[in-house]
Write a protein that binds this ligand. Structure first.
Ligand SMILES: Cc1cc2nc3c(=O)[nH]c(=O)nc-3n(C[C@H](O)[C@H](O)[C@H](O)COP(=O)(O)OP(=O)(O)OC[C@H]3O[C@@H](n4cnc5c(N)ncnc54)[C@H](O)[C@@H]3O)c2cc1C
Length: 407
């Protein structure tokens, strides 16, 4: 049995739930997928977000890549990622059926290529890690890699084929989730909100506007459960008590979108080019996504000339024809990072408040298993074993500081 089979989990199937009022703070891929799942359960769900769908979920490359993202010290995250990538085909099919939107799932696997000897040594280490976890991969000669992807530079010297990593078009996923959620009865309020607590319990949310002293007068959207899914802003939602203010930090990523690449590439290509990393992710509509930087600079959304130059120069080394494509977008957004790179999924010490955030580099990948986990929590069903290590309690403060807060 491979790791992949061992970690297979059952994805949420619609069932009947008594009417529970749920407020979701954040309308990214995580908040939307949870809202859709809970609405199918019969919950009355409202999403609150002043810019729904335009956070990190808008910028992502859409890679479903637990294998290539595997790290020695993160076996639980690998297990969760593998369960998620296996859940994606069914999730995508249900989403398409519910929304009428094809989310562009590509299941051709990925290639990782290197240029010089050091790059090849790095690829060898990746291969060793994958072998240790019994994850499918094949060392390829540069000729074999170019037979799979003829647009690759003749200067590549080493390659690894990873059949288990896939991709989706994350923007189509967000569009589909909007449609599916709204059809399932979810209401979307375009407003920034804070948490409202009474007597040490989350009881709803209310609108907040920076510098607006009248916010305290805004009406409360009452809820039996509030779900904190505010991405990289999750630690800064007004009204959160300290016990539910988790160490989620913004990790900036700059990424490019190019057009005119129809037929250029079939699968995701990751490359290490003289030690520098880049990935190229093709879409069915001829878009090519080139990413991405990882920057610890706080919540900064500036696109810099240096990052765009670096990404383009490296991508052109990997696939020379990239130089002929039209550059249509350069974007920066922040991933919700956590100290151990794992998401936070579960009940917080504040009664009535759940959290689903901190998905870092993998929120698109992890959406099916995260929404399934929230469905299980709300329905009081047993939790999947791959989710258990990601309970927020691992970062809880020792003292339960449940102060009364009003946003
Ligand atoms: C450059 C880049 C490339 C990436 N590539 C991939 C990839 O290939 N594969 C992958 O799986 N993941 C990838 N990721 C990571 C992925 O995008 C994130 O993990 C995922 O989008 C997180 O989803 P989210 O819903 O938690 O956050 P977001 O999409 O950021 O949504 C959070 C929402 O919360 C809202 N919000 C915040 N505060 C409040 C408030 N007080 N009130 C109301 N609303 C609020 C925001 O407006 C925002 O819309 C990438 C990220 C970046 C930046």
């Amino acid at each position: 049995m491979t790791d992949a089979h061992r970690f297979r989990t059952k994805v949420h199937m619609p069932g009947k739930r008594p009417d529970v009022r749920v407020a979701v703070i954040g309308g990214g891929v995580i908040g939307l997928s949870i809202a859709w799942a809970l609405a199918q359960d019969g919950c009355a769900v409202e999403i609150h977000d002043d810019q729904p769908g335009l956070g990190a979920s808008h910028a992502a490359a859409g890679m479903l890549a637990p294998v290539c993202e595997a790290a020695y010290e993160e076996p639980e995250l690998l297990a969760l990622g593998l369960a998620s990538v296996l859940a994606w085909p069914e999730f995508a099919a249900r989403l398409t059926q519910a929304s009428g939107v094809d989310v562009g799932l590509r299941e051709q696997g990925a290639l990782w290529v290197g240029f010089d000897t050091d790059d090849a040594i790095g690829l060898g280490r990746v291969a060793d890690l994958l072998a240790r976890h019994d994850l499918q991969h094949h060392r390829l000669s540069s000729r074999e890699a170019r037979a799979l992807e003829p647009a690759l530079s003749p200067r590549i010297s080493s390659a690894l084929q990873v059949p288990g990593d896939h991709s989706v078009d994350n923007r189509l996923v967000v569009r589909a989730l909007f449609a599916a959620a709204e059809r399932a009865g979810v209401r979307i309020h375009r407003q920034r909100v804070g948490l409202v607590t009474v007597d040490g319990r989350a009881v709803g949310v209310r609108r907040v506007d920076v510098g607006d002293l009248t916010s305290r007068m805004a009406p409360v959207h009452d809820a039996d459960l509030v779900i904190l899914a505010a991405g990289d802003g999750s630690a800064h939602v007004p009204g959160l008590p300290d016990c539910a203010r988790y160490p989620v930090r913004p990790v900036k990523g700059q990424i490019l979108r190019l057009a005119g690449a129809i037929g250029l590439m079939e699968r995701t290509v990751r490359a290490t080019v003289h030690g520098e990393k880049v990935y190229l992710v093709p879409r069915g509509n001829g878009e090519l996504v080139v990413g991405a930087t990882m920057e610890e600079v706080g919540a900064d959304l500036t696109v810099t000339a240096g990052a765009a130059h670096h990404l383009l120069r490296t991508a052109i080394e990997v696939v020379p024809e990239v130089a002929e494509l039209e550059l249509v977008e350069a974007l920066a957004r922040c991933r919700p990072g956590t100290p151990d790179n794992g998401p936070l999924i579960g009940y917080t010490p504040l009664p009535g408040l759940l959290v689903a955030t901190g998905h870092g580099r993998g929120g698109v990948l992890l959406a099916p298993t995260t929404s399934d986990a929230l469905h299980r929590l709300v329905s009081d069903l047993p939790m999947s074993e791959v989710i258990e290590p990601f309970a927020p309690q691992r970062f809880s403060r020792s003292a339960h500081d449940v102060t009364e807060g009003i946003a």
